[in-house]
Design a protein around this ligand. Sequence first.
Ligand code: GLU
Length: 338
Amino acid sequence: MGENMKKMITTFSAVLALVVSTFTFSTVAKSAEFFTIGTGGPTGVYFQTGNAICKMLHKSAIAKEHGRKKGIDKAYRCTAPSTGGSNYNIGQIKEGEFQFGVAQSDWQFHAVNGSSKWEGKQFKGLRAVFSVHNEPFQIWARKKAKVKDFKGLKGKVVNIGNPGSGQRGTMEELMKAMGVDNGYFKSVTELTSSEQVKALCDGKIDAFGYSVGFPNGAMEQAATCGAKALPINLTGGPVQGLIDGADYYASATIPAGTYTGQKKDVTTFGVKATVVTSNAVEADLVYLVVKAVFENFDDFRKQHPAFAPLKKEDMIADGLSAPLHEGAIRYYKEAGLM
Ligand code: GLU
């Protein structure tokens, strides 16, 4: 090979290298970063919560991509698939599979403290982002089962929920407080939240326990087939002990008229739905997620009727037992909320 030829090849390679690196750099800079928010069953409120958060984030992202001043610089893309619920979500965040998840306040507490189902599996890196709607714990029974209260579930077929769901965990805590185990019932099923209403209306189960926000479409379906949410006796009873012993529980009421045929308030205990993440998730991302929700707050609240009563001040204080993520704190301080 002649000297000239060698020179040409070297120059060509150098140019090629430059082109390749420029190209790679620009694709990396422009490519979107994907992250996942774990939710719950497709007919629940968590699914709507996760997707509402994604919608707010995409709204902010698109604003900037379309040349508006407001919005975010980096292209983040968010997905919020349906999942097994609270404990499943926290587990996936711990594994680094999900970056965020919706979880009940009781399971947020137990995961970060290593208590109850999280004994021996403590997740110290769990971080709170904000809380969302109230989730009264509801026991729905079909009409023909003739059940009036928890004690009436003796000898009945009861859905305790799928493993990994918050509903399953809280049902088990309630059973413990009431001093019963699965043997108290005729049999138990482990149906998911999206399967249980049909099973109830078809008479395959007599009742199910479910912690979910209201009003909720699936519960309205149960009410339409004649099922009712049972009151859970609080005053002086064992459930009062549950509430008194823990910040993550509170008394809760589903007001009369929420569902078809519901003539009275249904009193029970309940939890908060919360959004959680991990200390391994970058602060910039958490900051942007919080900012997207809080700066599009009116729109966010319209995404589900259970969000109507939300107030920013409550969302950064109620039901959060894990430390707030630093990215969330950054936004709350900047917005004068903290
Ligand atoms: N609280 C339920 C759970 O953690 C989910 C409720 C919902 O999907 O809205 O399993």
